[in-house]
Design a protein around this ligand. Structure first.
Ligand SMILES: CC(C)(COP(=O)(O)OP(=O)(O)OC[C@H]1O[C@@H](n2cnc3c(N)ncnc32)[C@H](O)[C@@H]1OP(=O)(O)O)[C@@H](O)C(=O)NCCC(=O)NCCS
Length: 154
């Protein structure tokens, strides 16, 4: 049985191990242990008993904008709606926190997010410039094919 739980600092090693292959492929941005620790409250984990099988983060940029980051499900556990449930959890968290307008995602998998109600937008219209501060850390910088989508909360 899969359950969704908030992350603890003791989960970080397993989180880093789970995401390693996607980081190497350049699908998910590398985050240092310290960066994950600093943002530990952002993360929701999917666990089967005590085994980590997936996670994502809801990162708050401003009163109006949050972002879904680092969405990953263990390859052996894909296709069981775990990814969907984690994104829905993050969207609910954004509502509860009172994020006023949008939840953004930058992804190579627009179809996955469109099924959950996200709509594609032109990357140039993303308002918060601090998002791009992350891009220089990416192995694909500056030629990036990621698609930007937003989920409208209001
Ligand atoms: C993307 C990912 C998290 C999906 O997790 P998952 O638990 O297998 O997905 P779900 O079972 O919740 O799928 C929900 C729906 O999305 C669809 N979907 C899943 N993966 C998809 C993909 N790669 N492309 C298009 N649609 C996809 C499913 O078919 C399902 O549709 P349905 O409701 O019509 O049946 C997982 O494939 C993964 O970890 N990929 C590698 C990392 C990655 O690309 N992360 C995204 C970075 S933003």
């Amino acid at each position: 049985m899969i359950k969704l739980v908030k992350a603890k600092l003791s989960d970080i090693s397993a989180m880093q191990a789970l995401v390693l292959s996607e980081v190497k492929e350049g699908v998910i941005l590398n985050r240092s242990e310290d960066e994950v620790a600093t943002n530990i409250r952002s993360y929701v984990l999917a666990k089967e008993d005590e085994k980590l099988v997936g996670y994502t983060a809801l990162h708050i940029h401003s009163k109006r904008l949050a972002e879904i980051r680092s969405l990953i499900v263990d390859e052996k556990y894909r296709g069981q709606k775990i990814g969907q449930k984690m994104v829905e959890f993050a969207l609910e968290e954004a509502r509860e926190l009172g994020v006023e307008e949008d939840v953004l995602v930058l992804t190579y998998l627009p179809a996955f997010f469109e099924k959950l109600g996200f709509k594609e937008i032109n990357k140039e219209v993303i308002p918060e410039h601090k998002i791009w501060a992350d891009c220089i850390k990416c192995i694909h910088f500056p030629v990036c094919n990621e698609i930007a989508l937003v989920y409208k909360l209001s």
